[in-house]
Write a protein that binds this ligand. Structure first.
Ligand code: ZN
Ligand code: ZN
Length: 336
């Protein structure tokens, strides 16, 4: 199998550089990378390393030519058309390429104890960064100021970088589930959504919390209570042996009862680990069976145009008996 997705290469070999492919053969593996990474590869990788001066696919093709008649699995969603064509054109006639979808991603769904320890560290660091940044929130600060403060705090606490572009969106813009922070100042009377995550030793965290500047009105409180109820119901549904879609339907059922089903425009959560979004997807149709050791997010939301959006997100670990909420940050609407 030719593994080309950097997180999959890292998972299987330990190599963290961004230009590498791993050829996994019966009984051995070979990592192909370029000369910039020769020292790093020697330090990180225990399998054979081949340093390629030209395109990596040339090195792979040369190695495959020595194997005789082979079928090589590749990752169709993780290999560019250009790399595929370059590889195919260099392979001998007796070698063939076969797409294999998400094989390594499926291995990655259930985390080892050491991976779970890193995810926990990442989640705790992220929550600490949230507390430090939120303590500095004042009306007049812009969305971008707050996003910068959050990312600065993460790095000062020891994170490598944010695990995705930090979302800070105030007022009506909070209704955009994936808003990018603007230069708009935060104002009294506004809801503010903060969705943030860090990478710590390669592992991601993910959390969403809501602030309110001033005194929230009845409608804000009502929507908040509905989202919180949905989030708690979804967490309650997380246990080994259930389909991922059951967690999603638990959240959706609560929001339907409150009349907000159509305002919940995404799935309830996702796996996380070496990537911020990994299988399983806690969506309407995902039939993945939850297993102990999975790390997933639970994040229902309600988005109302011209009003705003409310989302509450925790990272949880599936345990033998149910689940454990890793995120330590309180879930009440934080009034500032
Ligand atoms: Zn998030
Ligand atoms: Zn998320």
């Amino acid at each position: 199998m030719l593994v080309s997705a950097p997180p999959n290469v890292r998972y299987l070999s330990g190599f963290t550089g961004d230009n590498a492919v791993l050829l996994v053969l019966p009984g051995q593996a070979v990592l192909f990378t370029d000369p910039r990474y020769s020292i790093q590869a020697a330090q990180q990788v225990s399998c054979r390393v081949k340093i390629c001066k030209g395109p990596l696919v040339e090195g792979v093709a040369a190695a495959v030519r020595k194997l005789g008649r082979v079928r090589i699995a590749y990752e169709p969603s993780r290999l560019t058309c250009a790399a595929f064509n370059a590889l195919e054109s260099r392979l001998p006639m007796k070698a063939s390429l076969e797409p294999v979808q998400s094989l390594v991603e499926e291995l990655r769904m259930v985390k080892s104890p050491s991976e779970l320890a890193l995810i926990r560290r990442s989640v705790f660091l992220n929550s600490r960064a949230f507390s430090l940044a939120v303590a500095r929130v004042r009306p007049g600060m812009t969305e971008r100021d707050l996003a910068a403060e959050i990312e600065y705090r993460m790095r000062r606490l020891g994170a490598e970088k944010p695990s995705f572009d930090t979302i800070v969106a105030a007022g009506r813009r909070s209704a955009l589930p994936h808003a990018q922070p603007t230069t708009a100042p935060l104002r009294t009377g506004q809801l503010v959504v903060i969705d943030m995550g860090a990478f710590v030793d390669g592992y991601a965290s993910d959390m969403t919390r809501m602030l309110f500047l001033g005194t929230p009105g009845a409608r804000v409180k009502k929507v908040y209570a509905a989202v919180l109820e949905a989030q708690l119901a979804a967490i309650d549904a997380v246990r080994p042996g259930v389909f991922a879609c059951k967690v999603d339907s638990a959240a959706r059922r609560v929001l339907r009862a409150h009349g907000f089903e159509r305002a919940f425009v995404h799935s309830t959560g996702h796996g996380l680990g070496l990537e911020i979004h990994e299988p399983p997807r806690l969506g309407k149709r995902d039939k993945t069976i939850l297993q102990p050791g999975m790390a997933i997010t639970v994040e229902p939301g309600v988005y109302l145009e011209n009003f705003g959006g409310i989302r509450i997100e925790d990272t949880v670990e599936v345990t033998k008996t149910g689940c454990h909420i890793l995120t330590p940050t309180p879930k009440d609407l934080r009034v500032i």
